[in-house]
Design a binder for this molecule. Structure first.
Ligand code: COA
Length: 168
């Protein structure tokens, strides 16, 4: 079996929480308490996904739906799919795993009615900015001093095509 074919993308389960928190701490300066992961999972379980290889958890993504002002039409409100976090263990990067996770998570957000997608990313995080661009996101604006260490973020957005099906 090739490395690529042994990857499994599946829904997060609460038994995965310790490993997800470990990957989050290992890979990102934005770390969250256990309660945050649990809340995100409870809100939209179908968009909280795990990448697993040979029984080892190698990455995750989590997302939620937010209702607020549209990024595309200033006087309108929209259901917006927000990717909150994505990370892959360093030794498993550049194999398309984040792409697989995000494609499935995006599909779940669209299924739950998201008409727009957005996320924030550090302006210095070139791998992530490229990843998001490859998935159709565009930089809408820079948010100054967004992070605790005062680094700025890019707000990246994309509109869901009207032809995409959703259930609510
Ligand atoms: N440099 C430049 N572009 C990169 C890159 C890098 N190091 N890593 C990924 N990309 C871009 C490329 O366009 C790549 O396509 P290609 O390999 O065909 O050129 C595309 O993203 C898809 O890459 P993929 O293999 O799916 O990404 P990954 O599994 O390596 O995961 C991250 C990418 C960003 C999730 C991973 O580097 C990571 O976990 N980083 C630390 C956590 C983090 O920064 N998360 C994002 C927070 S907003």
């Amino acid at each position: 079996m090739t490395e690529q074919s042994s990857i499994i993308i599946r829904k997060f389960e609460l038994k995965d929480l310790d490993q997800v928190m470990e990957i989050n701490k290992q890979t990102l300066p934005e770390n969250y308490p256990e309660s945050f992961f649990r809340t995100i999972h409870a809100e939209l379980p179908s968009a909280f996904l795990i990448a697993e290889m040979n029984g080892k958890l190698i990455g995750y993504t989590m997302a939620r739906i937010e209702r607020g002002l549209s990024h595309y039409s200033i006087f309108h409100r929209a259901k917006k799919g927000h990717t909150v976090s994505v990370a892959i263990r360093p030794e498993y990067r550049r194999k398309g795993f984040a792409t697989k996770l995000l494609k499935e998570s995006i599909a779940a957000m669209i299924k739950h009615g998201a008409s727009e997608l957005f996320l924030e990313v550090r302006v210095s995080n070139i791998p992530a900015v490229n990843l998001y661009k490859s998935l159709g996101y565009e930089i809408l604006k820079e948010i100054n001093h967004y992070y605790r260490d005062f680094e700025s973020a890019y707000l990246m957005v994309q509109k869901v095509p009207k032809t995409s099906k959703h259930t609510s």
